[in-house]
Write a protein that binds this ligand. Structure first.
Ligand code: HAM
Length: 426
């Protein structure tokens, strides 16, 4: 009996070489997370961690009953107390729940939040689409300043660019406020009703429940029909149009490349006003690297005060697929090569002393010959090998070998690690 990881999931593991997908390589995760963290520090965002499961109702209320996520993709289960819970399909609902639960609206606004963690959607697996994926996300709550929209979008773009996402363009739309939607949706529905027989079955089913989502149809006929459909842009209030102009002007001022896409509606129901998706032409079918938008009614909808919000979520797997992944650099400073059993404990202690100074060290735990240990030092990408045998032990020294040049020198260690640290350039 052997086991495999569940369908739609993957492992991050060492040593897979060329056959490994970028998101299976551990060092790329550390790199991506480090880059993102540094941007969040510079933009003054605070990390928030919420549970990976919540009451299912939280997602149903926020993401929307008619959305694909709630209709077919949630991992719902009952706990032993009979409560209906769901693994989180996305991060916004949990963050907004926490914002309300802990009264964060009483802090100085806006509250700028970031998070990173796994999300769960029961989707058909393909390249760039998994049942467990990891999002880096932000939520900015408590401000309806269009410059916040510009900050959130440009932060998403900056992180992508720092991670080397290729051929990226941000698609932008404005869905208007509820009033706009109230005027627009019946017009769209009327148009779809008139052409019902020409629509694909999925889109047909959506006329009643969620007509905006017909814009996501991949069906050629439906797409052609929708090209002629009424556009939400024609229904925007003066205020929403002015807001959209301010966001566009801001993106131009900071040099984020964007294109207005009047058919962009997004797959979650909580959006109002600004919506956006960052796509990479380097990806295949799943080309959306990140997306987000405003949700000015969601906090109130979930039982909080009337507070606006905006955020983005970006899939780390897709970032890594769309990026120029860096080649692995040297990982270890020192690998210890011991030539006699008595040298092992002194080597182990020396490794501990170097680790305490911040150096990355390792030693042999597989009873290798001297030659095998040097080979292992090489495989591990060590900059130096520290060699200890009977002679070194007797003299209170070690031999330090530069693994690139092969140069070897003797360094005293009986009095402490100072000289060794200097020789290692630490
Ligand atoms: P979303 O567009 O559903 O938005 O997901 C955000 C990103 O997560 C996508 O652009 C994609 O990169 C990644 N993603 C989503 N599903 C999968 C999957 N099955 N496999 C791999 N990657 C995936 C949200 O989730 C919103 N919460 C974003 C947001 C934050 N809006 C406002 N604030």
């Amino acid at each position: 009996m052997t086991y495999r990881s569940p369908r739609g999931t993957y492992d991050v593991y060492p040593g897979g070489g060329q056959s490994q997908e970028p998101h299976e390589r551990p060092e790329l995760w550390a790199w991506a997370e480090g880059v993102a963290r540094d941007f969040f520090r510079r933009y003054n965002y605070t990390e928030v961690r919420t549970p990976v499961f919540e009451e299912a109702q939280l997602f149903i209320r926020s993401v929307g009953e008619a959305s694909d996520i709630v209709r077919k993709e949630m991992f719902v289960f009952h706990d032993q107390g009979g409560r209906e819970l769901s693994l989180r399909p996305e991060g916004t609902a949990g963050v907004v729940r926490a914002y309300i639960e802990h009264g964060l609206y009483k802090l100085a606004q806006p509250v700028k939040i970031w998070y990173m963690g796994p999300m769960f959607r029961h989707e058909r697996q393909q390249k760039g689409r998994y049942r467990q994926h990891v999002q880096i996300g932000t939520e900015v709550l408590g401000s309806a300043d269009p410059l916040v929209d510009v900050e959130v979008i440009s932060l998403l773009y900056a992180i992508h660019q720092a991670l080397g996402v290729k051929d990226e363009l941000v698609y932008l739309n404005n869905l208007g406020d509820l009033e706009t939607r109230r005027r627009y949706v019946p017009e769209l529905r009327r148009y779809l009703d008139e052409h019902e027989s020409e629509l694909d079955p999925d889109s047909k089913a959506r006329i009643e429940t969620n007509p905006l989502r017909t814009f996501d149809s991949k069906d050629k006929n439906t797409q052609a029909l929708l090209a002629e459909a009424p556009k939400v842009g024609d229904f925007l209030s003066e205020e929403a149009t002015g807001y959209f102009d301010a966001v566009k002007g801001g993106l131009e001022a900071v040099g984020v490349p964007y294109a207005v896409d009047e058919r962009l509606v997004r797959g979650l129901d909580y959006y109002t006003m600004t919506v956006f998706e960052a796509k990479s032409a380097a990806l295949g079918a799943q080309d959306t690297v990140g997306g987000g938008g405003r949700y000015n009614d969601l906090v109130e909808e979930l039982g909080g005060p009337d507070m606006p919000g905006i955020g983005f979520g970006t899939g780390v797997e897709r970032i890594l697929l769309a990026a120029n992944a860096p080649e692995e650099g040297a990982k270890l400073d020192v690998f210890f090569v011991t030539l006699a059993p008595e040298a092992r404990l002194p080597a182990f202690r020396l490794a501990g002393a170097l680790r305490a100074e911040g150096l990355a060290c390792d030693l042999d735990y597989a009873d290798r010959s001297a030659k095998g240990q040097f080979r292992q030092a090489d495989r591990a990408g060590a900059r130096y090998a520290v060699v200890i045998g009977d002679e070194e032990l007797a003299a209170g020294v070690c031999s330090l070998r530069d693994m690139t040049t092969g140069e070897q020198r003797t360094v005293p260690v009986a009095e402490g690690t100072e000289e060794l640290l200097r020789a290692l350039g630490a």
